[in-house]
Design a protein around this ligand. Structure first.
Ligand SMILES: C[S@@+](CC[C@H](N)C(=O)[O-])C[C@H]1O[C@@H](n2cnc3c(N)ncnc32)[C@H](O)[C@@H]1O
Length: 204
């Protein structure tokens, strides 16, 4: 089941280069909130987990050219596209969010947009996000958040879809996992009828 979902994600996104994701998919609107938070934090080094084709990071690069950008995605093709879209100072790596090939305490901000619902073990991914953040660093997490009947329908449908979507987690599930990973000052904000933003800090 686990391997199956990851394999599906990888295959799906490997065959969807230049898809609508290249323009931010249906959730481009959400990027605004993530960009605002980045502007407040102004990290020296940021990593986007499950970066897709790099649409979000290209906006970060445009608005905040001094930030050292990094990206991680399970799909080789998404990483290829991210590299094409960003300047050559950006570092983009193929890897699994649940077991990142990245060193401890390296980044001041971790972003993750519309990717955590693909993870069969999101607690592992959040533990990894905590591990790679410097003390005092920020998690900026954005994902699906719908009323219960839509969430139930989506969760019924996800395994039948080809994209490797696993589960639309409820906010209380996400909050519990963010807290278990060690984060503090956890803030939740509903940013559209279909999505949330969570900002949390790693203790100094
Ligand atoms: C719906 S797309 C979102 C892409 C991008 N963040 C955006 O805002 O458009 C989900 C992305 O998560 C990636 N992904 C899925 N499972 C992953 C995992 N276990 N580790 C890293 N990336 C993963 C997929 O390859 C895909 O690029």
């Amino acid at each position: 089941m686990t391997q199956n979902a990851k394999q599906k994600s990888r295959n799906y996104f490997n065959s969807h280069r230049q898809s609508r994701l290249a323009h931010g998919g249906y959730w481009r609107h959400d990027y605004r909130y993530q960009l605002e938070a980045i502007g407040r934090i102004m990290p020296d080094r940021l990593i986007d987990i499950g970066c897709g084709p790099g649409a979000f990071l290209s906006l970060v690069e445009e608005m905040f050219p001094k930030i050292q950008l990094n990206a991680l995605d399970l799909s080789e093709e998404m990483i290829h596209e991210t590299k094409e879209r960003l300047s050559n100072t950006a570092i983009a790596t193929v890897g699994d969010a649940e077991n990142m090939p990245l060193q401890d305490e390296r980044y001041q901000a971790v972003t993750c947009n519309m990717s955590i619902h693909h993870y069969p073990h999101p607690q592992n991914a959040l533990n990894e996000m905590y591990r790679i953040l410097q003390p005092g660093g920020y998690l900026l997490l954005n994902d699906m958040d719908c009323i219960a009947p839509i969430r139930a329908a989506a969760n019924w449908l996800f395994p039948k879809l080809p994209g490797g979507d696993v589960k639309m987690y409820r906010w209380d599930e996400i909050e519990g996992m963010v807290r278990s990973a060690g984060f503090q000052n956890i803030q939740y904000r509903k940013i559209s009828p279909f999505s949330f933003q969570c900002i949390a800090e790693k203790a100094r």
